[in-house]
Design a protein around this ligand. Structure first.
Ligand code: RTP
Ligand code: MG
Length: 138
């Protein structure tokens, strides 16, 4: 089934000049970038985006990290792209993410409170719809 997923190249990915590398992994797989923009996210957009994590100890540091510089937000489209993009990304912790994935190959965990794990991808069709509305409007 054709789906859409909201992908972010996080501030560490932009700072490390990895936008092209990250996007090319999704494009090479065959997924289509159907919208894309660069912006420094406001607290408001991040509070909506990370609503599920509000109240957790890493919430404030996460919002501060994510608003520390520009990110690239994009909508990726393709067959089962929500699950497929997360497979390409690898699991959250860059130290244990499998080799061959974006986080496993390129992610660095230097012990910061917030894992600078380069990329975000929607985790379900419901999240994707919600997040696309937050970042790109209806
Ligand atoms: P994402 O939402 O960014 O795609 O990542 P995810 O599903 O793999 O991870 P999630 O549990 O949704 O957490 C969102 C982001 O919060 C940061 N985080 N820090 N214990 C910690 O310090 C901690 N846990 C999570 C990471 O940047 C993670 O990607
Ligand atoms: Mg998540």
């Amino acid at each position: 089934m054709t789906e859409r997923s909201l992908i972010l190249v996080k501030p560490d990915g932009v700072q490390r000049n990895l936008i092209g590398e990250v996007l090319s992994r999704f494009e090479t797989k065959g997924y289509k970038i159907v919208d894309l923009k660069m912006l420094t996210p406001t607290e408001e957009i991040l509070t909506q985006h990370y609503a599920e994590h509000e109240g957790k100890p890493f919430f404030r540091p996460l919002v501060e990290f994510m608003s520390s510089g520009p990110v690239v937000a994009l909508i990726l489209e393709g067959e089962r792209v929500i699950e497929g993009a997360r497979t390409i990304m690898g699991s959250s912790d860059p130290t244990t993410a499998p080799a061959g994935t974006i986080r496993g190959d390129l992610g660095r965990d230097w012990g910061e409170a917030v894992q600078k794990n380069l990329v975000h991808g929607s985790d379900s069709p419901e999240s994707a719809e919600r997040e696309i509305a937050i970042w790109f409007g209806a």
